[in-house]
Design a protein around this ligand. Structure first.
Ligand code: PLP
Length: 360
């Protein structure tokens, strides 16, 4: 039987999605073959691709002057591909750095742009977001990049940062589709799929069309956003199975009531877990400032690190998987993405209370 999976990614997928995929695995849409065995240029696949984009546009209320791309190479490739497309060589580009992924975005962009850290919370060990008035954006910058949710440090922006007149670029990998977002405030929203969308490898991008008219830098066609948009994200063979699964997840989200409904659920799940940590009499501790606590990734330490291995062993035996924290932060981390039901979080907090009682 399936356990509750708290992995940070690749992460749990909604069970009804996996069940449908299982049922359709051998024969998909009357094609007498599976979705991964048919041409991506055939009628059935193209129809599925169009439907998935339409569902995504509905979910995120994507305005018409934005393109939706289904790319490859993970979110990491976008750390480089975005400057290649929307900045000239050596142009200034500003970054808000609130954790390890923001740091990586900076270092991967450096061969292409003059990456400037407009604000960083590293000094406080990435336990907060910067104050809204603590940075200024270089008006000549190609964009302002930030990480709305830092997966490792469990730090989330609960308000949009001001990017002045410069396009705002967000790495939404671990918070995409967890709540509504005003797309019109962004130049680019991008996300690796493996948390809230589907299998890894696929990258979803929502990009303001006018940004694709920028000359950018010398690059192969496969790295060119405008060329991808023109070809319906099928310049080459796309990851067909991942795309199909993403499409099923979008339909599942619409059935759940869309992103308003997901936001309510995700907040309730996060509230329950943070309350369990805060009310544990110091047995558990989350280091993040309350205003920046993530709804998706909740790191916490135990009062004595010597108890970590017992906690992990016993939680796994209780059907609560993948709670080990990232080595950069230590302790535990519970990732509670869209597919985690409130029952899973209840099971976790019950286990935590029981473990604290026995070891306190
Ligand atoms: N950005 C964030 C916020 C992440 O959590 C991750 C991790 O999975 C990445 C980027 C890297 O994604 P990928 O492994 O798809 O390149």
């Amino acid at each position: 039987s399936r356990a509750y999976n708290f992995s940070a990614g690749p992460a749990a997928l909604p069970e009804p999605v996996l069940e449908q995929a299982r049922d359709e695995l051998l024969e998909w849409k009357g094609e007498r073959a599976s979705v991964m065995e048919v041409s991506h240029r055939g009628k059935a696949f193209v129809a599925m691709a169009e439907e998935s984009e339409a569902d995504l546009r509905t979910l995120l209320a994507v305005p018409d002057d934005y393109a939706v791309l289904f790319l490859q190479g993970g979110a990491t490739q976008q750390f480089a591909q975005i400057p290649l497309n929307i900045a000239t060589p050596g142009q200034a580009a500003d970054y808000l750095v609130t954790g390890a992924w923001g740091q990586k975005a900076v270092s991967e962009a450096k061969p292409y742009v003059n990456a400037r850290i407009a604000a960083s919370t590293e000094e406080g060990r990435f336990t907060d977001v910067p104050d809204a008035d603590s940075w200024s954006v270089d008006p000549a910058a190609a964009y302002l990049h930030y990480t709305p949710n830092e997966t490792i440090h469990g730090v989330e922006f609960h308000a949009l940062p001001d990017s002045g007149d410069v396009p705002l670029v967000g790495d939404f990998s671990s918070t995409i589709l967890s709540r509504p977002v005003d797309v019109s405030k962004f130049g680019i929203i991008y996300a690796g799929a493996q948390k809230n969308i589907g299998p890894s490898g696929l990258v979803l991008m929502v990009i303001r069309r006018e940004l694709m008219e920028r000359s950018g830098q010398a690059r192969a066609k496969i790295l060119n956003f405008a060329a991808q948009a023109k070809e319906g994200s099928m310049l080459n063979t796309p990851p067909t199975l991942s795309w199909y699964l993403a499409g099923l997840v979008f339909k599942w989200l619409r059935e759940q009531g869309g992103l308003e409904a997901m936001a309510k659920r995700n907040q309730a799940k996060a509230d329950l877990l943070y309350a369990a940590i805060d009310n544990s009499g110091g047995f558990y501790r989350n280091p993040v400032a309350p205003r920046a606590r993530s709804w998706m990734n909740v790191p916490f330490t135990l009062k004595d690190a010597a108890l970590d291995s017992a906690f992990l062993k016993e939680s796994e035996a209780a059907g609560l998987l993948a709670l080990k924290g990232h080595r950069a932060v230590g302790g535990m981390r519970a990732s509670i993405y869209n597919a985690m039901p409130i029952e899973g979080v209840k099971a976790l907090v019950d286990f935590m209370a029981d473990f604290a009682r026995r070891n306190g």
